[in-house]
Design a protein around this ligand. Structure first.
Ligand code: PMP
Ligand code: GLU
Length: 399
């Protein structure tokens, strides 16, 4: 008998962001010049004082198992951080340290959802959301949003998607892939509906420190009283401190969910890397100038990308308010010939851009939005400049 893959895993799409990034890396390894705007990860080295904390942790012998849900010092530091940033009171026991924010999302979905539950996910959505929900047996309910409304779920769209099976809303603000952010008022309107229908929210706040133009970021549980008991907040060090490889993220949640997620982790992965946890502790309790410096660099790149994109005819994109992505509407450029090739959809467009011009991006279809392409501007200005020259040339060649 064939060794068939389980139905749940068969139904899983591999991560398109990581697949495009792997493709770019392969071509680079084969000696091709590739300009990589695919994966969303800060290109800066992890600040050195954080690396030193890891070395110190090894020297101090922190090289063994820790408590499965994380070291107490880091849990306390995360709780303190949310108190000082947003005035939210969490006990350290409500914090679970995971192997990255993606794993924190997996913990949240697995501990909250039952098979047949429905989870509302506004599209465009980050590639892993639908798959992490599907892995629990629950059903992702993808709700398309409008570019003209910054790709934000409206109260009407939210209400229309609710059924008796709806258990949760999965929100990402600032958003990967759209780069837009809900205002506190917009989030408040969604919060009222959450409370009215007794729903739960998984709020992915991983880009909370990457907001531009001084726009106000609101952590979801702050919007109305009673939300803290209904929300699992996800955050981590990957984006804020350029620590994607260290694999540390976390949840802040009601106590019973935190206990469940800790228990889950104790069976599934044990603790996140002990050394990385000490590094993350220094990241969030140490000097914070590095965060502002990186944000400034991202802001400069954002300005450059916006200026360049706005000169290209027949494309559009919403204002980038946070994170490091431009989500570009290329629908006017589909169904056209590029050299000998007729390009029909965003996936083909991205693959052809990579083949013809050596620029790696991610197709909108991976985020539930055909007709778009995501450009990550988490790379240096010289790379961005050349990549945009090539993208412009590629689009200009469409006949
Ligand atoms: N959420 C969003 C919206 C992200 O963009 C990412 C980065 N891919 C993650 C979660 C996962 O982050 P981590 O690297 O900490 O797993
Ligand atoms: N957040 C990044 C992205 O969307 C990392 C890749 C991933 O984890 O999917 O490109």
């Amino acid at each position: 008998m064939a060794m068939n893959v389980s139905r749940l895993v068969q139904a899983l799409e591999p991560s398109a962001t990581l697949a495009m990034s792997a493709k770019a890396k392969q071509l680079k390894a084969a000696g091709k010049k590739i300009l990589d705007l695919s994966v969303g990860e800060p290109d800066f080295p992890t600040p050195w004082h954080i690396c030193e904390a890891a070395i110190a942790a090894m020297k101090a012998g922190h090289t063994h198992y820790t408590i499965a849900s994380g070291i107490p010092e880091l849990k306390k530091a995360v709780a303190d951080q949310y108190r000082s940033r947003y005035g939210l009171e969490y006990a350290p026991s409500q914090v679970v340290i995971a192997n990255g924010a993606k794993h924190a999302l997996h913990n949240a979905c697995t501990s909250l959802l039952n098979p047949e539950d429905e989870v509302i996910i506004p599209a465009p959505y980050w590639v892993s959301y639908s798959e992490l929900v599907k892995l629990t047996g629950a059903r992702p309910v993808i709700v398309p949003t409008e570019e003209a409304h910054g790709f934000k779920l409206t109260p009407e769209q939210f209400c229309r998607a609710i059924t008796p099976r709806t258990r949760a809303l999965l929100l990402c603000s600032p958003s990967n892939p759209t780069g837009t952010m809900y205002s506190p008022e917009e989030l408040g309107q969604l919060a009222d509906i959450v409370l009215e229908h007794n729903l739960f929210v998984i709020s992915d706040e991983i880009y909370d420190q990457l907001v531009y133009d001084g726009l106000p970021f609101a952590s979801f549980p702050t919007l109305r009283s009673g939300l803290q008991e209904r929300t699992i907040v996800v955050n981590g060090v990957s984006k804020t401190y350029a620590m994607t490889g260290w694999r540390i993220g976390w949840t802040l949640s009601p106590e019973n969910l935190a206990t469940a997620m800790g228990d889950l982790q104790s069976q599934e992965t044990s603790n996140p890397c002990s050394i990385s946890q000490y590094a993350a502790l220094t990241a969030i309790t140490g000097p914070q100038e590095c965060v502002a410096e990186m944000r400034e660099q991202f802001a400069r790149r954002r300005k450059f990308v916006r200026e360049r994109l706005s000169k290209i005819p027949q494309i559009s994109f919403p204002e980038m308010q946070g994170a490091f992505y431009a989500f570009v509407n290329i629908s006017q450029y589909l169904g056209r010939n590029y050299g000998q090739v007729l390009i029909k959809d965003s996936a083909q467009w991205c693959l052809e851009l990579l083949a013809q011009e050596g620029v790696a991006t991610v197709m909108g279809s991976a985020f539930g939005a055909e007709g778009y392409v995501r450009l990550s501007f988490a790379t240096d200005l010289a790379t961005l400049e050349e990549a945009l020259d090539r993208i412009e040339r590629f689009l200009g060649s469409a006949a």
